[in-house]
Design a protein around this ligand. Structure first.
Ligand code: PLP
Length: 394
C-alpha cells in the first residue's frame, strides 16, 4: 500500500501510545497506576450531561449546525470572554471546533505556507510540531535556559528569521505546569507586534492555576497584541469534558470566516449534542470548576514535596497550573544504570507498574511527565513505587 510523504512523516502521539500500553496491562489484570493521562479523572458534571440528554430528546441535535457552531453558544461564549477579560468580544470572533486539537490543526492549515517557520518553545505539547509539519511548515524549537521551562524574548529573537510566521505560547503549560507571568507575556506580545509575528496562545488550562498563581491571557493585554493573537481553548480540561470534543478559536473575524470555510469542508460542524452540552456548561453553575481545581491543588500540594524527596528526582519549581509535574530524572537514570530515560520509563512500567511519559515526547530528554489527574491514593502509591524502584536499582 502507498502512503503519502505527509503521513509517513508523522510520529504517533507518544502520550496516547503509552496510555494505551498502560490500559492494555490493566486489562490483563495487572495493577498498573497510570499517570500518563492528559485528562481530568472526574466525570462531566451531571447538569451538563442532563442538558445534553434534554437537547437530544427535543430533537435539537438532529441536524447539521453552522460550521462555526450554533449562534447561542458563540454568543454565550463571547459574553463569558468579555466578562472574564474585560475585552468586548463578539460571536463573529469565535469558532467552535472538534476539540482544541482540531482547532490547532485547522489553524495551521489556515495560516502556514510551505516552509514557514513556527517557533515552538520547549517543552511543548506533543501535537504542535506534527501539526506544523502536516501544513508543510517548519517547526523551530526554542530552548529555554537550562533548568527553565519558559523562553524569553531574547531566546525567541535568536530563533527568528524572515520566515518566522507564528509563535506558540502555551500557559499554563503542558507538560510542566509553568505559567507565564503578565510581564513575560507583555514582552513576548510586544516583540511579536514589532516583528509582525502571529501568536497562537494555547490557553487550554487557563482555569486551572493553583496556590495564588494568576493566569493571564495574551487576549487581555492590548489591542495591538490582540490583533495578532489567536487564542485556542476549550471545555475538555475546564469542565472535564474531553470525550465531548469541544474546543474553540478566538480571533479576528476575518480569520474566523476563513476557518469556518475550512471547517465546513472537513468536520462540517462540532457534533451538535456537544454544542448543547457546552452551552449548558457555560450557563450552568460554575462551582464545579472550582471544586475540581481545588482537588487538583490539594493533590499537587501533597505530592510535590514527596516527589522532591526521591533520590535522583529534581523538580525545583512547584508547578503553578495544569495537572502535570515534569521533574528532571537524569540523576535517577544515572544512579540506576539505565542507558536512557526511555529505558527507565519502560522498566518502571514493566517492573513497578507505574506508567509515566518520557520527556522526549515533549522535546526535553531527562524528564518524565506525571499527571496528577489521578486519585490521591494512586498518587501516593505511585510515588512509593517510584522511590522503591529507584532504590532497588541503585
Ligand atoms: N493544548 C494542550 C496544551 C493540551 O494539553 C491539549 C490536550 O491535552 C489540547 C490543547 C487539546 O485538547 P482538546 O482537544 O481535548 O480540546
Amino acid at each position: 500500500m502507498y502512503f503519502s510523504k505527509r503521513i509517513n512523516n508523522i510520529k504517533p502521539s507518544a502520550t496516547l501510545a503509552l496510555s494505551t500500553q498502560a490500559k492494555k496491562m490493566q486489562a490483563q489484570g495487572l495493577d498498573v497506576i497510570n499517570l500518563t493521562i492528559g485528562e481530568p479523572d472526574f466525570n462531566t458534571p451531571s447538569h451538563i450531561k442532563n442538558a445534553a440528554i434534554a437537547a437530544i430528546e427535543r430533537g435539537d441535535t438532529d441536524f447539521y449546525t453552522p460550521a462555526a457552531g450554533i449562534l447561542s453558544l458563540r454568543e454565550e461564549l463571547a459574553r463569558k470572554i468579555t466578562q472574564a477579560y474585560q475585552v468586548e468580544t463578539t460571536s463573529d470572533q469565535l469558532a467552535l471546533t472538534t476539540g482544541g486539537k482540531y482547532a490547532l490543526y485547522a489553524l495551521m492549515q489556515a495560516l502556514i505556507e510551505k516552509d514557514d517557520e513556527v517557533l515552538i518553545p520547549l517543552p511543548y505539547w506533543v501535537s504542535y510540531g506534527e501539526q506544523v509539519k502536516m501544513a508543510e511548515g517548519c517547526p523551530v524549537f526554542v530552548h529555554p535556559a537550562v533548568g527553565q521551562m519558559k523562553v524569553t524574548v531574547a531566546q525567541l529573537e535568536q530563533a527568528r528569521t524572515d520566515k518566522t510566521k507564528l509563535v506558540i505560547i502555551n500557559s499554563p503549560q503542558n507538560p510542566s505546569g509553568t505559567v507565564y507571568t503578565e510581564k513575560e507575556l507583555w514582552e513576548i506580545g510586544n516583540w511579536a507586534v514589532k516583528h509582525q509575528i502571529m501568536i497562537l496562545a494555547d490557553d487550554m488550562y487557563g482555569m486551572l492555576v493553583y496556590n495564588g498563581n494568576q493566569f493571564k491571557s495574551l487576549w487581555e493585554l492590548s489591542p495591538e497584541i490582540r490583533r495578532q493573537t489567536i487564542v485556542v481553548s476549550g471545555f475538555s480540561k475546564t469542565y472535564a469534558m474531553t470525550g465531548w470534543r469541544v474546543g474553540y478559536v478566538l480571533a479576528d473575524p476575518a480569520l474566523i470566516a476563513k476557518l469556518s470555510s475550512f471547517l465546513s469542508h472537513s468536520t462540517s460542524n462540532l457534533t451538535a449534542v456537544s454544542q448543547y452540552a457546552a452551552l449548558a456548561a457555560l450557563q450552568g453553575d460554575q462551582s464545579c470548576i472550582q471544586a475540581m481545581r481545588l482537588e487538583y491543588q490539594r493533590r499537587l500540594n501533597l505530592i510535590y514535596p514527596q516527589l522532591q524527596k526521591i533520590t535522583g528526582i529534581k523538580l525545583l519549581e512547584k508547578p503553578a497550573g495544569a495537572f502535570y509535574m515534569f521533574p528532571d530524572i537524569s540523576e535517577a537514570v544515572k544512579l540506576t544504570g539505565f542507558a536512557t530515560t526511555e529505558d527507565f520509563v519502560f522498566a518502571l512500567l514493566t517492573e513497578a507498574h507505574v506508567a509515566v511519559i518520557p520527556g522526549s515526547a515533549f522535546g526535553m530528554e531527562n524528564h518524565i511527565r506525571l499527571s496528577y489527574a489521578a486519585s490521591l491514593e494512586n498518587l501516593n502509591e505511585a510515588v512509593a513505587r517510584i522511590d522503591h524502584f529507584i532504590k532497588k536499582h541503585i
